[in-house]
Design a protein. Structure first.
Lengths: 166, 412
């Protein structure tokens, strides 16, 4: 793979990561899943120093996540939107240029709306979660599609907050 | 018809409908008294034994603001102590968990060390080292005079580690719980359990409001999942049962998990001897919850922080003998309902957050109705009434005027 193709692959990965942040911020779940491969697998994990174990908080393949997102409007939920602030730290493109892995650091803010006393809290921002996206991609035609996403949380205090993917 | 102030403040007739004054949830003086009269007097589970699986493993926590450490000794016994150095009252161990097998910057391996002045203690709470003891204390202070404050500690009911600050407690844990956990005793104790999930929430609400939610299932209207997987004849026949010391059991029924799109039956991995897909909920006074839903056990432990703030720790447990594949399935079953992004937990937390807004300290007293009677079945509020009968006994305060301040005048 030439240098130009390598650079193009890195830019494609960054574009997909950042585009995904915007789509998720806007709760456009199906548009996000359009950026994912048919075999996509998503999980939210954390290590607990309290119980000294790796933990799985949520997981599913593309169909399961899509199904969950379709059902969630039937549930009561905190309507405070979440906003992601992410920086792609590293992108490692495989020698053949057809796959890549990326590490993205993120913080997620909760823009308070109705979760507590909206008269007082609406409009305020709370830090909701801190972690990293550990992503893998398929690269083709100068674009990157998600194969997997692991949302690796540092945050283990999760108050009432969300039903949705992070 | 909407009511004016006088009508709104008029007390319901307690012979017709039971109610409590909301100051039991909002009054700071009552909260402080609860810590002294209840939380410092009873057995409280603090963690699961699998969280300190090896000798020298430890966990730290607090009960009623008192810092506590539990550790496993080489004889496999789990002991509990105040996590307070007898020297100058520093916190001895600051980490949430770990092992004393390794040394620390101020101390030797296999001892608890207060980093401040390097006093060291063994797993039995004995002081085994005072730095420069002879130079400073001559013969006036011996290590035997400065052992840790030991606390009564028992491992019971599925391997939970129970601790009390009350040296003079009359009951063992088994006597205190009585037969409230009999309905799930076999599934809990047929084989060792192991923790797989932990997270916590700190909610601006009174701790009893969380316990209330776990004690009444009338709130299933908030849960889309529970409405579609339950709300059948068997669900509405589900009985609430009350037990000595304020404990309550919500009886079981078979949950129709396949009625929720994308969910699967828990039958293949139901806990030993538990009928397939059955679901028991047991509320232990003053704020502990065992929740066994087919394939996963959830245990909620509460740490009340103030009249309007509670920390709830959520634990998920499976069988220690689980294969990797079974464990993963159990975790998924647990997460879909009770994980941080699970269908039900978020809704429950939202509910008590809303109650916390209307019953903040300083808000006007309100009438909290506990008066549903439905033949003691699932939407009957007998569980809450039973809890508060016990609470009133411990506190010596009436539910209708708990602050002993003049009650609001009744309507004409």
């Amino acid at each position: 793979m030439g240098k130009a193709n390598h650079r193009a692959a890195i830019e494609a990965v960054k574009d997909t990561v950042y585009r995904t942040c915007l789509l998720m911020d806007d709760e456009r779940w199906s548009d996000w899943l359009e950026l994912c491969d048919e075999g996509f697998y998503y999980k939210i994990t954390a290590y607990s120093p309290e119980i000294r174990r790796d933990m799985l908080y949520l997981d599913g393949d593309r169909d399961q996540i899509a199904q969950m997102c379709e059902l969630l409007p039937k549930h009561n939920t905190d309507r405070s939107p979440l906003k992601r602030h992410a920086v792609v730290y590293t992108v490692d493109v495989e020698d053949n240029g057809k796959a890549a892995q990326a590490v993205t650091s993120f913080v997620i803010y909760q823009n308070m709306l109705d979760g507590v006393n909206s008269h007082i809290d609406a409009g305020e921002n709370h830090l909701f979660a801190v972690g990293r996206y550990l992503d893998s991609f398929e690269i083709a035609d100068d674009s990157a599609r998600f194969l997997t996403r692991e949302v690796r949380l540092e945050t283990r205090r999760l108050d009432k907050g969300t039903h949705w993917p992070l | 018809m909407a009511r004016n102030e006088k009508q709104w403040n008029a007390h319901p007739d307690p012979s017709r409908i039971e109610w409590a004054d909301s100051r039991i949830y909002s009054d700071e003086e009552i909260f402080e008294e609860e810590l002294e009269k209840i939380w410092k007097k009873v057995w409280i589970p603090v963690c699961h034994e699998s969280e300190l699986a090896e000798p020298y493993d430890f966990r730290t926590m607090t009960i009623a603001r008192e810092p506590i450490i539990v550790c496993r000794d080489t004889d496999d016994k789990i002991r509990a102590f105040l996590n307070v150095c007898p020297h100058r009252a520093n916190l001895i161990e600051r980490r949430p968990s770990g092992s004393f097998k390794d040394g620390t910057p101020s101390g030797n391996p296999k001892n608890m060390t207060c980093m401040f002045h390097a006093w060291q203690f063994d797993m039995k709470g004995r002081c085994v080292h005072i730095s420069r003891a002879e130079e400073g204390y001559q013969d006036r202070l011996s290590p035997k005079d400065v052992g840790l404050r030991r606390l009564r500690c028992e491992v019971a009911f599925g391997g939970m580690v129970w601790v009390t600050l009350n040296d003079h407690i009359e009951h063992s844990v088994k006597d205190w719980v009585g037969s409230a956990l009999d309905c799930i005793l076999e599934p809990l104790e047929m084989e060792p359990l192991e923790i797989f999930h932990y997270h916590k929430s700190i909610i601006p609400s009174n701790y009893k409001l969380w316990h209330d939610t776990n004690s009444e299932f009338y709130h299933d209207f908030v849960h889309y999942h529970n409405r579609v997987t339950g709300f059948n004849d068997a669900y509405f026949a589900r009985k609430n049962m009350t037990f000595d010391n304020g404990h309550v059991v919500v009886g079981s029924f078979e949950v129709q998990y396949d009625q929720y799109e994308g969910f699967e039956s828990r039958e293949a991995l139901s806990f030993p001897t538990l009928p397939p897909n059955n679901w028991y909920m047991i509320d232990i006074f003053p704020g502990i919850n065992y929740n066994l839903r087919g394939s996963a056990l959830r245990v909620d432990l509460m740490t009340p922080l103030s009249a309007n703030e509670v920390m709830i720790e959520f634990r998920g447990l499976g069988l220690k003998s689980d294969s990797e594949e079974d464990r993963l399935t159990r975790i998924r079953h647990h997460n879909t309902i009770w994980g941080p992004m699970g269908r039900n937990l978020h809704e429950d937390l939202l509910s008590i957050t809303g109650q916390g807004v209307t019953m903040r300290p300083g808000t006007e007293p309100r009438h909290i109705l506990h008066g549903r009677h439905e033949n003691e079945t699932i939407h009957d509020e007998i569980g809450m009434r039973h809890y508060y009968d016990t609470w009133a006994e411990w506190m010596g305060r009436p539910l209708h005027n708990p602050t002993n301040r003049p009650p609001v005048a009744a309507a004409e």
